[in-house]
Design a protein around this ligand. Sequence first.
Ligand code: HEC
Ligand code: HEC
Ligand code: HEC
Ligand code: HEC
Length: 374
Amino acid sequence: MRLSFGTWVAVAVLATAYAAHLLTSFERPPVTVVQRGFRGTAMEVIYNPRVLEVQAYLHRAPEASEPADAEGDRAKDVYQNVQVLGDLSVAQFGRLMQSITEWVSPEVLDEAGNPVPAAGNFQRGCNYCHNPENYAEDSVYTKVVARRMLQMTKHINEHWQSHVGNGAAGEGAGVTCYTCHRGNPVPSQVWAQVPTQDQRRGRGFAQDAASQNLASPVVGLSSLPYDIFTPYFENAADIRVAGNDPLQVNNRHSIKQTEWTLGLMAHFADSLNVNCTFCHNTRAFFDWQQSSPQRVNAWHGIRMIRDVNANYIDPLKPVFPANRLGPNGDPLKVNCATCHQGAHKPLYGANMLRDHPELNLVSATPAPSVEARQ
Ligand code: HEC
Ligand code: HEC
Ligand code: HEC
Ligand code: HEC
């Protein structure tokens, strides 16, 4: 069979396009390969040392200030309106106010050392949360949010050691405000619900695009469904889709559901900067016996996120001003990237909690009333 000239041209064009694709989508050698599973299973993670170097600043924990004296008067006896930090000494209280300012709303100085004013109505430094005329009043909404965030952080460190480790005892990293905020009032990696009729598509024949078929960074620039967080991190949709039955007669999971699972998995891999093989043996994705211990960490992480979003962030909805909410009117919430930001452990496992014992003294009850401010 002879191929026509046109066919040859088409083959040449395709081959060139494929080569260009390889060049742009593969990492240039040399790369570092870290073996994570048994020999021969290809359970390894590939890192590009040049990319790691560029991103190193993001994963560096800031230096801790001098520890505070735990003796002396309690904050609740000295200040007027402390609902969750009453058991701290006055020195610990002051140190914690300094720390949260550095972690969430630090002053930004220009080259001459003068404070740069923040955009809009917002202030930086203590005034991000306080009316400087009266530190006790709750008129600035960020103070109400911060009080609940203090409780949320304590809750994660106390009840989710299955995921974050026992940071207080130094066995694992634990979390502080810095884990998510990194000096930003709104963490850089957050999510909100996608409106049902996707506004990016406009109205078409399909009533709902199932948030699909548009390349989205949420799912690694694939065209998998990209509203993956609402079903898995706000609701508890089933992630496991593989059946135990070879004939699949009893498995009601669809290919469509599998695509959603895959979208979520792309988010896991992206958030931690790892491959699927960090957690799975690809010969049997479903099998826990052949998975790495990290897959179990991840399992707990999914449940932790559902808890935090449902019990701490969503209930703050009436406190946030409209411009802080997503297009569906829900608050911006936590996913894997909020803490991990491209590292297999946030801040490469640095334990900041040990240097900030004040965060363990936050009282969990009573929960401050959100309605009180409306
Ligand atoms: C990210 C928000 C935030 C920032 C920034 C912040 N604070 Fe606070 N501050 C709070 C919260 C929340 C409380 C209430 C704690 C409680 O209810 O137990 C509080 C309470 C106080 C109180 C007690 C007032 C009273 O009489 O009840 C003082 C004093 C205080 N802060 C000082 C400061 C100083 C000084 C700074 C800057 C170095 C600062 N704060 C920065 C959130 C913040
Ligand atoms: C609240 C912050 C936070 C969130 C959100 C979070 N993680 Fe983590 N994760 C941590 C911390 C902190 C550690 C380190 C624990 C330690 O040092 O023992 C960790 C560790 C891990 C590990 C173990 C890594 C290793 O090298 O052993 C895996 C896997 C993991 N997380 C996956 C996830 C996945 C998947 C999600 C989303 C479902 C997620 N995490 C969400 C804070 C978080
Ligand atoms: C697990 C991640 C996580 C941790 C830990 C965390 N935050 Fe947040 N924080 C968030 C998210 C998500 C939002 C929501 C942003 C939004 O909806 O605007 C937020 C919002 C806030 C806001 C409101 C910002 C604004 O301008 O609207 C303040 C203030 C705040 N956090 C303070 C704190 C403080 C103080 C701590 C530590 C005691 C802390 N956060 C710990 C994730 C976290
Ligand atoms: C950080 C760990 C982690 C990474 C990385 C990861 N997964 Fe998963 N995967 C899990 C966990 C945990 C579950 C089960 C979730 C549950 O049961 O709630 C799961 C479930 C699955 C399932 C469903 C298995 C079943 O029983 O039906 C598939 C398929 C899958 N992952 C594929 C992938 C692919 C493909 C990648 C790479 C793009 C990937 N995973 C990356 C942790 C991970």
